[in-house]
Design a protein around this ligand. Sequence first.
Ligand SMILES: [Zn+2]
Length: 271
Amino acid sequence: MPELPEVETTRRGIEPYLCGQTIQKLIVRQARLRWPVPAALANDIRHNRIERVSRRAKYLLIGTDSGTLIIHLGMSGSLRIVKDNSPHGPHDHIDMLMDDSILLRYSDPRRFGAWLWTKKDTDSHPLLCRLGPEPLSDDFNADYFFDRSRGRKLAIKSFLMDSHVVSGIGNIYASEALFRGGVHPARAAGRISRQRYVKLVDVVKQVLTEAIRQGGTTLRDFSNGEGKPGYFQQSLNVYGQSGNPCPVCTTPIREARTGQRSTFYCPHCQR
Ligand SMILES: [Zn+2]
């Protein structure tokens, strides 16, 4: 599943091709995504000029002179830049044709992604208005995180993955951050000291920044905007490493369930 680093990698990959371009045409071959692609979308964005490509949590925001396209990659979505005469495959559901003969091509085998449109401020959109701060922004800091955790019995891993608390941290990076922070994933969020929250905020920013730098993971079928695969999965310490030795202490990594999700941790290093 594309996580925040993959979405940011995609954003950086497609941005230089899209900014300043005028949308000539939108071809929707399959409108049944997580929510139906609005029937009027092709008309609404035709001849719009793209002014910016930004990101909020795991949403890509393509801002034009008349509104914003809100794209989510869901479980298996990917965006690529291709020549306008490239033949499309069975999962290439949407093509957005630009004025210099390139296409933004959306592929999504499992169809859990989304293409939506708003003319209003995106911060007030129902999907975005309740999101917590961006993990890489200064608003996500130890004071904020610690304060939000007080009185919470929820496991720290689920707390870290709650998008109302901090947006866009998925299973892989929550597991990796907790490993680096030395915190057991099942520990109650409200029972963790301020000092450990200082460390946690630090390692969350670290793992995300490193992943973005390395181009995102390719655990499934993700390829970045220019069609090159990412390669972060080699550096994952615990995620998917069940039974393998901990890179720090060699204790076998354990797998457990936290809030219905697989969790990987070192029983010796994480307390
Ligand atoms: Zn260990």
